[in-house]
Design a protein. Structure first.
Length: 301
């Protein structure tokens, strides 16, 4: 890697570690929101590095939709064991069984929206006052509006027009009883930055990110992984394709990409020439023009 590129990602690393340490200084009970995707993996890795040789003082919180890729769950458990982290899992299925949320029906049904209720419930039960997420500003226009310290009211809701200034890297974590903050330590990273850093640090990653053969269906210009949870439309046929994930979420809405990239170096070359963002293959973002912002206002990641 060229020196200027290495210097750039080291500056980003320092910034993120500074934010993570500020969280430890300002909040009583933080938690890391862990999805199993590369951004939450990066954030966890940076948090471990921030407190080394001491153990990471934050637990991981995973919202399990019940429709996850099996590879994601296997990686999650392996990562928690590798670093000796406490893992808290909250299940969407439990909320459905209790009648707290209603499962969607139909061809475009997804449990992605149901995660919000389960997340807010888990944060309240755990009395967490700060939740670190792997959101980046380059991902999506709603996420571009986030501060590093993003205030949430007592209902877990976000007001993008009422966020605190962050001048000279001064962060204001003051809050009233019942409120909490979402923290985004890797806000200024790009997808390419993430991959270059993961390559430099040789961070192990889920196999989903590398090209492999998988049964898929084509829907509205997106390739979706075929799974028991996906309701096929008439005429939709599954076929084998060589694909990989650029972002990882619920199997019913996470698009996969045709690719031959089997190494991080090949992924970096692919990302550098791509004209579509990684979330361009997320079916849940296509429900409306403001799909992500609407979900975030309600308490989504």
């Amino acid at each position: 890697m060229l020196n200027y590129q290495l210097n750039h990602i080291r500056e980003l690393e320092s910034e993120s570690i500074f934010v993570i340490r500020e969280v430890a200084a300002q909040f009583d009970n933080p938690v890391i929101l862990f999805s199993g995707g590369k951004d939450s993996i990066l954030m966890t890795y940076l948090a471990v590095k921030a407190f080394h040789p001491a153990r990471l003082p934050f637990p991981l919180l995973h919202i399990d939709t019940g429709h996850n890729f099996p590879e994601t769950l296997a990686y999650r458990d392996e990562l928690a064991a590798r670093y000796g982290l406490k893992l808290i899992t909250a299940y969407v299925q439990d909320a459905i069984d209790r009648g707290e949320v209603t499962e969607e029906k139909g061809f475009n049904a997804s449990r992605n929206y149901l995660q919000t209720h389960v997340l807010l419930d888990a944060l309240e039960k755990g009395r967490f006052d700060a939740a670190l997420g792997g959101g980046r500003r380059d991902e999506e226009k709603a996420r571009a509006k986030e501060r590093f310290f993003s205030h949430r009211d007592e209902f877990g809701q976000w007001d993008p027009k009422n966020q605190r200034p962050e001048l000279w890297r001064l962060f204001n974590g003051r809050k009233h009883l019942g409120e909490h903050f979402r923290i985004f330590p890797i806000s200024n990273w790009t997808e390419l930055d993430v991959w270059q850093y993961l390559a430099t640090e040789k961070v192990p990653l889920p196999s989903l990110y590398f090209a492999h053969e998988r049964e898929v269906i084509r829907r509205d210009g997106i390739l979706l992984a075929n799974s028991p949870h996906l309701v096929r439309k008439p005429g939709e046929e599954a076929f084998l394709a060589r694909v990989r994930c650029r972002t990882i979420g619920d199997t019913t809405c996470t698009g996969v990409w045709e690719s031959d990239a089997v190494t991080i170096e090949e992924i970096i070359a692919e990302v550098a020439t791509s004209r579509m963002t990684e979330r361009g293959g997320r079916a849940d973002d296509r429900r409306s023009e403001t799909a992500m912002e609407d979900r975030k206002k309600e308490g989504y990641f």
